[in-house]
Design a protein around this ligand. Structure first.
Ligand code: ATP
Ligand code: MG
Length: 337
């Protein structure tokens, strides 16, 4: 069996980083026909670990994320889209997994460390937040997933999951499936930077181009994009390292030859930022237009989207309860069968 589990936090709309880091790959895998099951999760319970005070926003973003999924081409006939919080089995699994993880192991997770610093949690880190990699292990293993297509920031989560799987299997017999991470082949797509050229594009940092941005907004964001501060006159030789416009061309443009020629011209001098940005905008619009069209079909019909989520959640829950029963049996805590 080849099973995929992947998901996103409903903390905002999805952006180009999600697209190249994971969404594009999911659609490709979905349409390859090579997978027996594909589970895609709106991780609302995980979103609440650092957004406990704003549940209404999380709720609203479930719809946004689902619309993003459908508009990039996730097909509910081929993939099961579901809502994490509606599957209590995931929280039972988390509780048992927490017993095989140490607090110091959780504190060592580099992605979580980074997020704690970004969020200025300092000494008031919600316990749920520190433990979210364990809940992620539950999400992955509850579906017997062996492939997890995600961006690079998820590498420590997959490592943690694999450790938990090994530990549980060692203690209770071969109950859980050990998953593999699937990173994008193009290095840049593993961690797309934000339009400011600094950290990774992230909902939390507000440096995003969203899949749902209209043409005018995208044009504005591209116009303001960070380039090479030393490239003042068009005739000046420019730098492409750290120049987000070229980074995005590498991530999004299929025509590698043209990109290479532009890079060379830019470095030699004589190619202006305005021209490169115009080209990037064309490339992005070609990707975003079909996404916008599909979004428009669903946007006026939120009931249908909720129905897709409800049906997906029912299907997902069936699978998760099977795996939980298997674990409880192995742990000898299936008293009343
Ligand atoms: P938040 O700021 O709330 O954490 P986020 O923008 O980091 O939001 P997530 O929901 O945490 O998004 O991530 C969902 C998936 O998208 C993960 O697989 C993650 O690796 C991938 N991803 C997120 N941002 C990027 C990026 N800039 N480049 C590549 N992949 C990304
Ligand atoms: Mg994140």
């Amino acid at each position: 069996m080849k099973i995929i589990l992947t998901g996103d936090r409903p903390t905002g709309k999805l952006h180009l980083g999600h697209f190249v880091g994971s969404l594009r790959e999911r659609v490709r895998l979905q349409n390859s026909g090579e997978f027996d099951k594909i589970f895609i999760m709106a991780a609302d319970a995980q979103a609440l670990t650092d957004h406990a005070g704003t549940p209404a926003a999380v709720r609203e973003n479930i719809l946004n994320v689902a619309l993003d999924y459908l508009s990039v081409g996730i097909d509910p006939k081929k993939s099961t889209i579901f809502i994490q919080s509606q599957i209590p089995e995931l929280f039972e699994l988390t509780a048992y997994y927490l017993n095989v993880v140490t607090v110091s192991r959780l504190e060592r997770n580099p992605t979580v460390k980074n997020e704690i610093a970004q969020k200025n949690f300092e000494s008031s880190i919600p316990a749920g937040f520190l433990c979210y990699p364990v809940s992620q292990a539950a999400d992955i293993t509850a579906f017997d997933a062996n492939i997890v297509p995600v961006g690079e920031d998820q590498t420590p989560m997959l490592e943690q999951t694999r450790e938990i799987v090994r530990k549980i299997n060692e203690l209770y017999g071969e109950v859980l499936v050990e998953p593999e991470i699937l990173l994008p082949k193009n290095k840049i797509c593993c961690r797309l930077p934000g339009v400011d050229g600094k950290a990774k594009m992230s909902k939390t940092l507000g440096n995003c181009i969203y899949l749902s941005d209209d043409s005018k907004t995208v044009a504005e964001k591209v116009r303001e994009m960070y380039t090479d501060p030393l490239h003042i006159k068009v005739s000046d030789p420019g730098h492409i390292e750290g120049n987000v416009v070229f980074t995005y061309l590498d991530a999004f443009c299929e025509d590698k030859k043209t990109v290479e020629e532009m890079k060379e011209h830019y470095q030699r001098g004589g190619l202006g930022d305005v021209k490169v940005k115009k080209f990037l905008l064309e490339v992005l619009e070609e990707i975003l237009n079909p996404i916008r069209e599909r979004r428009a079909e669903y946007e006026n019909n939120p009931e249908e989207v909720w129905k897709i989520l409800e049906e997906g959640t029912l299907t997902a829950r069936e699978k998760a309860s099977e795996v939980l029963a298997r674990l409880k049996h192995a742990m000898k805590i299936d008293y009343f069968k």
